[in-house]
Design a binder for this molecule. Sequence first.
Ligand code: AMP
Ligand code: GLY
Length: 466
Amino acid sequence: MREHVLLIGGGGREHAIARALADSEADLYACAGNRNPGIAELASGFETLETTDPDAVVDYARSVDATIAIVGPEAPLQAGVADALENAGVYAFGPNQDEARIETDKAFQRRFMRENDISGCPDFETFDDGEAACDYVDRYDGNLVIKPAGLTGGKGVKVIGDQVTAEEGKEYIRESDYDRLVLEERLIGEEFTVQAFVANGDVRTAPAVQDHKRAYEGDEGPNTGGMGSYSDATRELPFMTEADYEAAVDIIEETVEALEGYKGILYGQFMLTAEGPKVVEFNARFGDPEAMNTLPVLETDFLDVLTSARNREPLPDLEFAEQATVCKYAVPAGYPTDPEAGAKVQIDEESVTRVAQATDDSSGDDARENAGDALLYYASVEEWNSSDNQNSPNPDDVDEREDGIYTTTSRSFAVVGLADTIAEAEEIAEEALADAGEEGLHVRHDIGKADLVQRRIDHMDELRGK
Ligand code: AMP
Ligand code: GLY
């Protein structure tokens, strides 16, 4: 029987998951709050619904006879969607609500690391009283990072000594009124992500990726969900050694062992310090954008991973193409502080594909093996088609709306370049952006460029006293 895979979520990450399953022996069904045109095109069915409503997701899963489900974003995991699907007899590749606390509750996450003696845990304290937290800021010898314990879409963290002074940090604690906080040692180094496919006690890790959280070029401006990311043709990144990558994998393996029974993706965000990798956070799902670096180079059938997980079989060994990737997001003007939702965008998907073909053609026969590829992923855009009876993020405007694709308050679309080197992949991503049409949107053009990558290498050399 053909598997019926239900995909939950409508961002760039989920478009990457959909594409990873597109050639598998499965029918794909998807549900999300926004109608993502890229996913809708690949799916046999697409329903707009509230993905944090477990009953709505289960109803849809039943209506399409889902045999397996994969949950993209963290919010449905926190809402117990994986638990509800399992109660309805649908295997969910994603942790249940309790296990997802490794992401959704940063105080739990840090205490879990401490109690289980997992390597790479920074010095930390947890607080449920703002004044006690402010006293700790005054007493602490060094810079602290202020983290709300709950989910903030990566935007609630304040780093003293980088984004804010100690006084501003205390003001933030007093004004923001979070009921639980983690205060932890500021780690100095370079960040990287390792995502692991986990089930039945098996851990299979993907090549490291570096995301760029800050909104503006040169790592300036507010934190975002991630503006873009790159990976190399090897498992490590240019500023890391193989041993650094292995140390990160060890930390993930220790964590999976302590979690017992975890299934889904475990995403480790690491800071490579002079003493090796330390854990910035764990996520209970693929990264967005990191999924768009990882899944296009995954050569193993992702469906095999899902069915092995469900059938309680060992996970297949994963093969990854030895290619570098560079992903760049186009986001609404004003993102993330004051994003302009409801703006019509022209995305020319066909031109992006033509970039890939042109690159292939122009490189001649000998170079053809090395030719790059360009991919486009739709993210939090809304496809508006007046004949569809669908929800709009901007109900006031919909009467006058022309059919087309509109921005929401979140990231709009991403392009990915794939090639032998990061530099070539970056050039391909830039061409693809120009062809896709980024007018009116904001992009960090520096991501993956040689001088930014070199700065990361120099920074690590300096920290390691080389
Ligand atoms: P998080 O939401 O935990 O990923 O934090 C968002 C960003 O804040 C991270 O990507 C880091 O850039 C920064 N950050 C978080 N924790 C630390 C830390 N302990 N030391 C330095 N920077 C941090
Ligand atoms: N790229 C960061 C995240 O997915 O949380």
